[in-house]
Unconditional design. Structure first.
Lengths: 305, 323
């Protein structure tokens, strides 16, 4: 059974179009390398950046290995604390990916639920949800995320802020991104609602929640997948931006954005590698996810934009 | 048309009320306002007296209405950290942000539209292809990284441009401008380009897509059949018809430019409202946050309204439909 499903998948249009698109294949490889590096960070990373005892200030500011006074122990050099940049980037991309995925999941959960309800129920509920969506959409997502982050900081006790910052970030980025999901799902639901299979399901006595979950949801997931992919890039960049602005992940467990922030102050003294390498990792991550999202959009639905 | 405008104005007022409600809730319920205003050695009676004086014991609605009333008169309270009226802080920071935003918008338009036209007319050209490739990278490049890369190249390596601040400013009444001094203009170059880059790629792609679409339409073929020159077809007929969506997006983008200036201002330590806002989030300075929120919402609402009205001016079909 499983091999049958696999062979069907391998001969599908999606796989064919994937193998014919060099851009998609390249992006997938880059993304895979980053994800594997992040997942395997504890095994691959030459040093443990969280282990403060292993840091030696004498190693601080070592340039990358190919520079004149570089050291083979630190391939990409070290930061101001003597932390190995390569290890910090591996661990950092872990946090960036976790925050990105989790916040997209949250946006997806909220957006798809509200979109289904809005499109299926119609009437006042629909108007209310869509009005809220309109208002939120008239402000840039980053501003909403910043605001929620700021409010959460005010509400949380000061000593718990650093420990909870990752959840605060996931929450604020998640909330800032639900609208696109809700709008798309609402539109698709309104189309599906009047189709015969839905009427048949209602006729045999299924309740609204069962109809929505079992019948409509699977039929609106295509565009949701595309939005989720493109949104992953947005979420990763938003996390990096907030961390760079100093309201995201604290320097004790740095994400890519935090690493760039730390390095930014050393740019002027010539220690460019502290900023540039995490920056390159971030660009590679965001660009590959974006390109994959573009490819997925063209493949699943050429008309969707 | 009148009913459309009335509806839009009504909607704008609704948005402002909703935002002011959030701002008020923020101000009143996040952290204790009294604790933030007084020192450690203030007695309980003094605190209670201050609370009564400020009207914090009044019913919720009364407090909210008072907040809105004060805000409409430009009174946003006193900053918890800087002990100065928030309106004064904002007034001193506003010119920096607006100058940066408008110059960026101009750059984005002045470069984005011609690049869009060019890439649409010479689709296969080497220059067009490279514009498109660069724009793809531009979309994936976070604003703060663009800024850092520019600082590294033009500030640290080449030492051509100043990397932080506004340079010398000239005071015109309460407005401070960096446009009239050499160092002010030099300081503006990198922040303005950083902020403009993303919008520029967006406008370029939009103009290109619209131009390509319009070039397929019958009236362009008819214009060809009439034997008009390429120039007249491209600019008098095609370009004119691409401008409606361009106006909308540009208008809406002007709002995001002001919001995204938060990031640019942080990278270049540009003394504008965005930097003030980020600093106030860091130290939970609620009155500043609330005021910034209201002001940005106000800008957005006004911009949206103007964009809607511009539609009528640009597209005569809407006027007929609206009647």
């Amino acid at each position: 059974m499983a091999s049958h499903t696999l062979s069907r998948f391998m001969s599908s249009d999606a796989v064919y179009s994937f193998s014919r698109s060099p851009v998609a294949v390249m992006s997938a490889i880059v993304l895979l390398v980053i994800v594997l590096g992040a997942l395997g960070a504890p095994i691959i990373a030459p040093h443990d950046p969280y282990d403060l005892a292993s840091l030696d200030l004498l190693d601080a500011g070592t340039p990358p290995v190919w520079a004149a006074d570089g050291s083979a122990r630190f391939l990409l050099g070290t930061d101001d604390q003597g932390r190995d940049m390569l290890s910090a980037i591996l661990y950092g991309s872990r946090i960036s990916l976790v925050v990105g995925f989790a916040s997209v999941m949250l946006s997806l959960l909220i957006g798809v639920s509200l979109g289904l309800i809005s499109g299926y129920a119609g009437g006042r509920i629909d108007t209310l949800i869509m009005r809220v969506a309109d208002i939120q959409l008239s402000f840039p997502a980053i501003l909403i995320a910043l605001l929620i982050d700021g409010i959460a900081r005010g509400l949380l006790p000061r000593d718990a802020q650093d420990a909870l910052s990752i959840y605060v970030l996931i929450f604020s980025i998640g909330i800032s991104g639900w609208v696109q999901f809700a709008r798309t799902v609402r539109g698709a639901t309104m189309v599906e609602r009047n189709k015969e299979y839905v009427q048949a399901a209602r006729l045999i006595g299924m309740g609204p929640s069962t109809v929505l979950r079992r019948h409509i949801l699977p039929n609106v997931m295509g565009p949701v997948l595309v939005i989720a992919t493109i949104h992953l890039a947005v979420a990763i960049i938003t996390e990096a931006t907030l961390s760079f602005l100093g309201v995201g992940i604290p320097p004790t467990t740095p994400s890519l954005g935090t690493l760039i922030r730390i390095g930014n102050s050393y740019l002027f003294s010539g220690e460019w590698w502290i900023t540039i390498f995490p920056g390159l990792a971030l660009i590679a991550l965001a660009l590959s996810v974006n390109l994959l999202g573009d490819w997925l959009r063209d493949t699943l639905n050429p008309k969707l934009n | 048309m009148a009913s459309f405008i009335a509806k839009r104005i009504f909607q704008s007022i609704f948005v402002m009320l909703a935002v002011s409600f959030v701002a008020f809730a923020l101000f009143r319920y996040v952290g204790d306002p009294i604790n933030n205003m007084v020192g450690q050695d203030t007695t309980l009676e003094q605190r209670a007296q201050l609370k009564e004086q400020l009207g914090l014991n009044d019913p919720f609605l009364t407090q909210y209405l008072r907040f809105v009333n004060h805000a409409m008169h430009g009174d946003f309270g006193t900053s918890y950290r800087q002990r100065r009226p928030v309106s004064e802080l904002i007034e001193s920071r506003l010119p920096a942000t607006l100058e940066l935003s408008f110059v960026s918008a101009l750059i984005a338009l002045a470069m984005g539209i011609p690049m869009g036209i060019y890439t649409a007319l010479r689709r296969r050209g080497v220059l067009s292809q490279s514009f498109m490739a660069v724009s793809l990278v531009g979309v994936s490049l976070p604003t703060f990284l663009t800024g850092i890369l520019m600082i590294l190249v033009f500030g640290v390596l080449l030492r051509w441009l100043p990397t932080f601040g506004r340079g010398e400013v000239v005071h015109l009444g309460w407005w401070s401008s960096g446009l009239f001094t050499g160092s002010g203009r030099l300081s503006l170059i990198m922040p303005a380009f950083t902020l403009a880059l993303f919008q520029m790629t967006l406008i370029m792609r939009l103009v290109r897509a619209e131009m390509l679409e319009v070039m397929q339409t019958d009236f362009i073929r008819f214009a060809r059949a009439r034997g008009l020159t390429e120039r007249a077809i491209n600019f008098r007929h095609a370009l004119k018809n691409t401008l409606v969506p361009v106006i909308t997006i540009t208008g809406l983008q002007l709002g995001s430019i002001i919001a995204f200036s938060i990031i640019t201002e942080t990278v270049f330590q540009w003394p504008g409202m965005g930097l003030l806002f980020i600093q106030s989030i860091g130290v939970v300075d609620i009155p500043v946050m609330a005021a910034y929120l209201l002001l940005i919402a106000f800008f957005f609402v006004i911009i949206n309204l103007v964009v809607d009205l511009l539609y009528f001016a640009v597209d005569p079909r809407l006027r007929v439909q609206g009647l």
